[in-house]
Structure formats: structure tokens, C-alpha cells
Design a protein around this ligand. Structure first.
Ligand code: K7E
Ligand code: CUA
Length: 659
């Protein structure tokens, strides 16, 4: 079938011609030249249009997708990688939550070294085993994705996860001091100098009565310094900018024309605290004002101020609000009521805000923002003394786009795309002259497409970078309603793929998302993922990418005992562990240092001990450790959990715990 289908396409009959042919109606007769393609479409009950979509998004067996969608998994605490245009799920990366295939957080090396330190128990009531993964941020060089690292914020607990794209594994979870829930992040600055994460709900240190909300509660914008070699966050060189107790929402880093600035949307500038305080539920109290505030933070200036005028607070340099104001690090701009997203265009000239309770997007001109700040052209100050810019002075335009505008993406060709939560649609609009749009065509609605259903974020191919390419757009829909068979009461969400190269936006593919609620995703060209390895050098500690001092060579396997501490230096290869019978005494502390001496791609082993809650994935070349206390006597049949060879079932051994 594939060859019959491919040959006419190779011969120059493009998809468009095919769709036109199919649409012409007499499927079978007209398409006989295409080897019965029309028959197939007819037999499968596909319309001509649908058959065209299939050809656009189908990736043949053995072929690769052109793009990777790096998606958050929401309160599943994970990151998921899907291919574009196929929407096939390629990989799941556990970040804030245990996952037993990879052994992450189950028992062993990485949970102790990543998930464990990922909860600061001075801040958290208990070590955390879940997180609400919202916004993935790929690292950038010169404003383009560089394929090195991904960061993601934990919306629930104010933490930041960092994944190394060499092996697609989490290397660090950083518990951000002085902040609890987080939303404005993760976003990297254009050369990955910092990854930004701002608080959502203002917090205090310890208990402070809610009645003192305005006086004592504060938000915080955190710039986590990225170590340029490891990609890890370096708290000692990071800093925080204190913010008024408005509820800071989505943020975006400036680029090109706006490099050096960060923009953070906010809501609840009313500072409503719910029924305890002002007698109204928060949803009412927080929607009173006609305007909330877009925060403009000058991070390059703040970086300087942090060196001399900050205080150390829980391990991070902290710039208090009075210093923030005195140094001119923060300015506010009125934005339509209860906005959600604030996004910077690829050229950096515009910041676009979705109004949520306003049918418009508001487009701000960065140059005019900078001029107004320099000229101190203020409309006034907020109650804390933060200067407010004049809306009319910095607004470039506004476009009526539909009901419930949330988030904005760009195609790099002068257009923005905004998700409409209430309309369940995406609107396409033009930016202004600085994005190459003629003045009479600027700030206009130009297209709209329905999606299914209740879209949250949307992601355009490389749409967060200076290299937005205008090829694909993915709608991350909250509900799937009737798109899929009912499989119980917890229903999947729905991703839909939109072709941006067609004259009108069209949904051409979709996939149910059965693993959590994705909030945001970024789309990177597969060709940028050049750092990725297939297997480790033998004996690699995956946390450091260095040779582990516990790496064990073939022939050097041994068991060492020191008092009640037993160290097992083990190797794994098809199809045995060496040693495979381990004798210990009840009460011993037993550490297994296991090195996979496999070198080939895919030659993965597992290591499970029944009854002891142990499972590891031993990827080729990897050295991992797991420590147990031999508290229960018995004969435990340890085994390899990955079907690794014809003799996989034979890859087993014994942990004998003697009384
Ligand atoms: Cu769900 Cu970006 Cu956290 Cu909007 S946020 S949808
Ligand atoms: Cu090794 Cu199965």
C-alpha cells in the first residue's frame, strides 16, 4: 500500500492536488492514477478533506516527526514528549512524581538525590511526592531553542524541575525560597542566563492572619541563575524581586527589542482575601476593578541592584519592595480585567495580554514602555508606591477576538494567535508595523477556528522564540467532551493540531491526553535535539555524567562487608546479574551499586527486589545505587524487569536475608 501511495506523490502530485482530486467527488474513478487511494478513503468513510488531513499528519512506520512537542503533564507531575505532526506520544519524563518504569522516586539513587532534596522541609510540611507541572521552558541561545535543558515549574509548591536533554532525565528539583504556589514561569531569558519563576498567591514567612494580607503578604519574582555548564539552578547567584500582594499570573521574558525585561500579568489587584475578609468569594472580590496590572520587571537592572542592595533571605538575595521601587525595577501598566497570559512577540516589540473577562487582546508597544519609564511619564502610583504607566501612552492597539482570551502565540510573520476559553476557539490577529504589518492592516482579527473543547494554552512551532516559524499550532484543550469513547468518569483532555500554512486555520489531527492536565507546551524542531545520547559511557553516574566511583567493571564484581553495612558491586548484562546470590543478615544495611555493562542502544535492564519496594531502570552504561535495610528475613527472588533478551526470564537471582 505504501509504495502505491508514495509513487504518485514522489512524482510531484502534492497533497493539495490530491485533496482537490478527492474533493472533486468521484473518488474512485478520478484517483485510479493514485493506486486506489480513493477506494481506501471511501471504504474508511473518510471525506476528501479528512483524507487530506491524514496525509498531512501521518508519519509512516519508521519515519520521524519533524517537531517535538514538550508538554507539561499538569498534576501528573510529569513532562510528555509528543511528535508533531503525528501527535504520537514518544516519552514521559517523571519530574515531581515517582514513576516506576524508570525507577524514579521508587527507591534508589535518583529519588534520594533529586526528588528528596526537591522538598525543602523548612518550607514544606512534608517531603513531596507530587507537583503540578505547568509551564515547560526549553533553554535558549540567542533567543532560539538550543536543545540543552528543559525547566518546568511546580504550580502547587513553588519549585522548579530541570531536565537534561542529553538523557531526558531530571537532574534537579529546586525548592524556591520565599515562595509557595508559582505561576509566572518557567521562562528562560534569551541566552539562558536565568530561568524565571514568580509566585502566584502572595505568601508570608510563617503564619500571619489573613486580615494583614495587604501589609504583610508579598509576591516574589525569582530569577534563578542557570549554571552554563550543568544547566542547574544556582541559588547562590540567583535573586528575588519583591512584588505587591497582587496575584501574579503568567509571565514572559522579553527578547530582542525587549531583552532585559520580564512581563508578568496579574489579577486580584483588589487584594480580595475571600469570604474571611471582605465577605465575598474570591472570584467576585477579585473581579471588581476594570483593570489589573501588567508588571514590568527590569531584570538586568535588578541583577546589579541584587549585588549591593539586597538582603539574604533563606539562601537567596532578596530585593525588598521599597528598594525595588527606589531603584525603578518595577513598573505597572493597566491591563484588562482578570487577564491570564502575557506573551512577547518574536521580534520582542510587542507584549500581548489576553483579557479573560474582556473580549479583547491588548497589544503593548515595548519601545513606548521603555520611553515612558525613562521619562517617568506616570499616571500615578499604586497603594505601595509602584509607578503606573499611562495605558494610552504604551498601548499599540487592541483587537476584539472573542470570549475568554487566555494565551497568545506567534508565527513570526506578524500574526498572533489567542486561545479563547469560552468560545472554544483560536483567533488569529495581526500585530503592528514593527512586526511588518502595514498600518491599515494592523490590529485586526483575520481568522478564527473552532477547537474542541475549552482550550487553555496553545503552542506554535518554536512560537516562544525569535525563530517562530508559523508551521504548526497545537490547541491544549481542557475537555474532550464527545470526541472519544467513554472510558470511565475521569475523561481525557484533547490536543488538536492546526495547520498554519493553509490559507485558513484548520484542525487536521487530534489525540486524547490520558495522563493529566497539560497546561503549556513548547514545540522544538527535532533537528535541534542534537545533544541527545543513545547510551551512556560505561559506568556513568547519570546525575553528573561523570564516571561513577562505584562503577564496577566486568570481573571486578564483589560483596564487601563492614560491620552491618554490606556493599554489593554488581554488573548487569544479558542475561545475568553478577553476583546473583546475595547473602545478608537481618538488620544489615545493604547497598547495591549496579553497573550496566551493556553498550548498545535499547539494551536496558531493570532491577527489582520483591517485598522491598525496589525497582530501577539500568540504561546501557548506567551506574545506579539503591540502599535497603534488610528488615525482613526470607528468600527474595530479585529479577530484571525489562524484557531484555530471549533469556530475560532467566535474568534473576536471590537476596537471602538470614535470621
Ligand atoms: Cu493552565 Cu498557563 Cu498554569 Cu493558562 S495556566 S490554561
Ligand atoms: Cu535484563 Cu531482562
Amino acid at each position: 500500500m505504501a509504495t502505491r501511495l508514495r509513487s504518485p506523490l514522489v512524482a510531484g502530485v502534492g497533497v493539495v492536488a490530491l485533496v482537490v482530486g478527492l474533493a472533486a467527488g468521484a473518488l474512485t474513478t478520478r484517483l485510479t492514477g493514485l493506486g486506489g487511494l480513493g477506494d481506501i478513503a471511501a471504504q474508511r468513510g473518510l471525506t476528501a478533506e479528512e483524507a487530506g488531513y491524514a496525509l498531512q499528519s501521518f508519519v509512516a512506520p519508521g519515519k520521524f516527526d519533524d517537531y517535538a512537542l514538550v508538554s507539561s503533564g499538569g498534576h501528573s507531575g510529569q513532562i510528555h514528549i509528543l511528535g508533531i505532526p503525528s501527535l504520537r506520544l514518544i516519552k514521559t519524563i517523571p519530574v515531581f512524581t515517582p514513576e516506576s518504569w524508570s525507577g524514579y522516586g521508587i527507591q534508589g539513587d535518583r529519588p534520594d538525590k533529586v526528588l528528596g532534596p526537591g522538598s525543602d522541609t523548612r518550607k514544606q510540611a512534608t517531603p513531596l511526592t507530587w507537583g503540578d507541572a505547568h509551564h515547560p521552558a526549553l533553554s535558549e541561545t540567542n533567543g532560539e531553542y538550543d536543545g540543552r535543558w528543559v525547566y518546568i515549574n511546580d504550580r502547587a509548591n513553588g519549585r522548579l524541575g530541570m531536565v537534561d536533554l542529553r538523557d531526558f532525565k531530571v537532574k534537579q528539583i529546586l525548592d524556591i525560597p520565599n515562595s509557595q504556589t508559582s505561576h509566572g514561569g518557567a521562562f528562560v531569558t534569551p541566552n539562558s542566563e536565568y530561568v524565571h519563576i514568580s509566585s502566584m498567591t502572595p505568601t508570608t514567612e510563617g503564619y500571619v492572619p489573613l486580615e494583614q494580607y495587604k501589609d504583610k503578604y508579598r509576591g516574589v519574582s525569582t530569577f534563578v541563575k542557570i549554571d552554563p555548564t550543568s544547566g542547574r539552578g544556582d541559588l547562590a547567584n540567583s535573586f528575588q524581586v519583591e512584588l505587591p500582594p497582587y496575584t501574579q499570573d503568567l509571565a514572559d521574558a522579553g527578547k530582542r527589542a525587549s531583552n532585559g525585561l520580564v512581563f508578568i500579568g496579574s489579577y486580584n489587584t483588589e487584594m480580595s482575601i475571600g469570604t474571611a475578609g471582605d465577605g465575598k468569594p474570591l472570584e467576585v472580590g477579585a473581579s471588581k476593578n476594570d483593570f489589573d496590572f501588567l508588571h514590568v520587571v527590569d531584570w538586568q537592572k535588578a541583577e546589579q541592584v541584587a549585588r549591593t542592595k539586597s538582603v539574604m533571605r533563606n539562601g537567596i538575595r532578596y530585593i525588598a519592595l521599597d528598594t525595588v521601587i527606589a531603584e525603578g525595577l518595577l513598573h505597572l501598566i493597566p491591563e484588562p480585567r482578570s487577564p491570564h497570559g502575557a506573551d512577547v512577540s518574536p521580534d520582542g516589540n510587542y507584549v500581548v495580554v489576553g483579557g479573560k473577562l474582556d473580549p479583547r487582546v491588548t497589544i503593548y508597544d515595548v519601545e513606548r514602555i521603555k520611553q515612558a519609564i525613562a521619562a517617568k511619564d506616570f499616571a500615578g502610583k499604586d497603594v505601595f508606591g509602584v509607578p503606573i504607566l499611562k495605558l494610552e501612552g504604551v498601548k499599540a492597539g487592541e483587537v476584539e477576538v472573542g470570549a475568554g482570551p487566555l494565551h497568545i502565540q506567534f508565527d513570526g510573520k506578524g500574526h498572533g494567535f489567542v486561545s479563547l476559553f469560552l468560545d472554544s476557539a483560536i483567533s488569529k490577529f495581526t500585530l503592528g508595523p514593527k512586526a511588518g504589518i502595514a498600518p491599515d492592516k494592523a490590529y485586526k482579527l483575520v481568522d478564527k477556528v473552532s477547537v474542541h473543547y475549552n482550550i487553555g494554552h496553545l503552542a506554535a512551532s518554536e512560537g516562544d522564540t525569535v525563530a517562530a516559524d508559523g508551521k504548526w499550532l497545537v490547541a491544549l484543550n481542557k475537555w474532550s467532551v464527545d470526541r472519544y469513547p467513554v472510558v470511565g468518569t475521569l475523561h481525557p483532555q484533547n490536543f488538536q493540531l492546526i495547520d498554519l500554512q493553509a490559507p485558513r486555520m484548520k484542525v487536521i489531527n487530534e489525540t486524547p491526553i490520558g495522563f493529566g492536565e497539560p497546561h503549556y507546551a513548547q514545540i522544538i524542531k527535532m533537528s535541534r535535539l542534537t545533544k541527545t545520547i543513545e547510551a551512556y559511557q560505561t559506568g556513568t553516574d547519570p546525575l553528573t555524567f561523570q564516571k561513577s566511583d562505584k562503577a564496577t567493571a566486568k570481573g571486578a564484581e564483589r560483596v564487601e562487608r563492614s560491620g552491618t553495612n554490606v556493599s554489593v558491586y554488581m554488573t548487569a548484562m544479558r542475561s545475568h546479574f553478577t553476583p546473583d546470590v546475595i547473602r545478608v543478615k537481618r538488620g544489615d544495611t545493604v547497598t547495591f551499586y549496579i553497573t550496566s555493562i551493556e553498550t548498545g542502544r535499547d539494551a536496558t535492564h531493570g532491577f527489582a527486589i520483591p517485598g522491598y519496594n525496589v525497582n530501577l531502570s539500568l540504561d546501557p552504561g548506567e551506574t545506579l545505587a539503591v540502599t535497603i535495610t534488610a528488615s525482613k528475613t526470607g528468600s527474595f527472588a530479585l529479577y530484571c524487569t525489562e524484557f531484555c533478551s530471549a533469556l530475560h526470564l532467566e535474568m534473576q537471582g536471590w537476596l537471602l536475608v538470614e535470621p
